[in-house]
Design a binder for this molecule. Structure first.
Ligand SMILES: CC(C)(COP(=O)(O)OP(=O)(O)OC[C@H]1O[C@@H](n2cnc3c(N)ncnc32)[C@H](O)[C@@H]1OP(=O)(O)O)[C@@H](O)C(=O)NCCC(=O)NCCS
Length: 227
């Protein structure tokens, strides 16, 4: 089992009280600390829908789920005996994505912003090969190319659970007709795991990628609906 859920945060504004009602006291405090409504809404909807989807998967009451974090902050479910699903979440622009499965997963979504075309801002993440591809691209295409590189890379380091503690220029993701794949990861502590990269179709102003272990799967993006 491996699925991706897309939650349109703008469609959840009317259901915000219900979403807040599912949060822990800690999450309510964290939500209150966001300065911008937009950031608070994304956080609340992400935490609420993550709880509901995982509880549905396990066939339990959402309120009974207990989350913990790995060394670099990757959230996971506390396993009290039986197996629990793996999951990963990402939020940007109007979207929250949740990947849920029985294998290691990482997911990332980014809204394509016009300042993404500024190559200099991305030098800290790009491998030499990716820098060459991005600098050869004309401006209108460059923002989308950089966003694509960014989500593939972030989804990979999130699947590993190491996030930005891993040096991004030492990682290269290449893409050909067969799709994206890890070309190399020169960071210490490499794993023998084969990582699968799946570019996800969300909408024309966002790029998203899922990275997972295990055999190739066709991934359908499912839409969350509160009503
Ligand atoms: C994980 C990370 C890449 C997220 O980047 P982002 O683009 O800002 O945020 P996204 O919306 O894509 O993802 C955020 C979600 O990722 C998940 N997450 C957090 N840490 C994670 C990790 N180490 N691995 C995988 N997922 C992680 C959480 O669910 C988080 O949601 P929350 O904000 O509701 O808690 C980044 O925060 C990170 O690297 N964290 C690890 C901390 C660390 O080691 N920092 C090094 C300092 S340079």
């Amino acid at each position: 089992m491996l699925e991706v859920w897309a939650v349109d945060v703008s469609a959840e504004i009317a259901s915000m009280a219900g979403h807040v009602g599912r949060l822990t006291a800690d999450e309510v405090r964290r939500a209150a600390s966001f300065y911008r409504d937009e950031d608070r809404h994304r956080f609340v909807v992400a935490r609420s829908t993550r709880r509901v989807l995982l509880a549905r998967q396990l066939g339990v009451d959402p309120a009974t789920l207990v989350f913990e974090e790995g060394r670099h902050g990757k959230p996971r479910l506390r396993a009290d005996g039986g197996p629990v699903p793996s999951f990963n979440s990402s939020h940007s622009g109007r979207w929250v994505l949740h990947a849920i499965g029985d294998v290691d997963v990482g997911v990332d979504v980014e809204r394509i912003r016009c300042d993404f075309a500024r190559l200099d801002d991305f030098l800290w993440i790009l491998s030499p090969e990716e820098r060459a591809v991005a600098s050869a691209a004309a401006e209108p295409m460059r923002a989308a190319i950089l966003a694509t590189i960014w989500v593939r890379k972030e989804a990979y380091v999130k699947a590993l659970g190491e996030g930005l503690s891993r040096s991004l220029p030492d990682i290269a993701i290449a893409a050909d007709a067969a799709g994206p794949a890890l070309a190399y990861d020169r960071n210490p502590g490499k794993r023998a795991t084969r990582w699968r990269f799946v570019d996800l179709e969300i909408d024309e102003s966002h790029k998203a990628c899922l990275v997972h272990t295990g055999p190739h799967r066709e991934i359908a993006v499912r839409a969350w609906c509160s009503r």
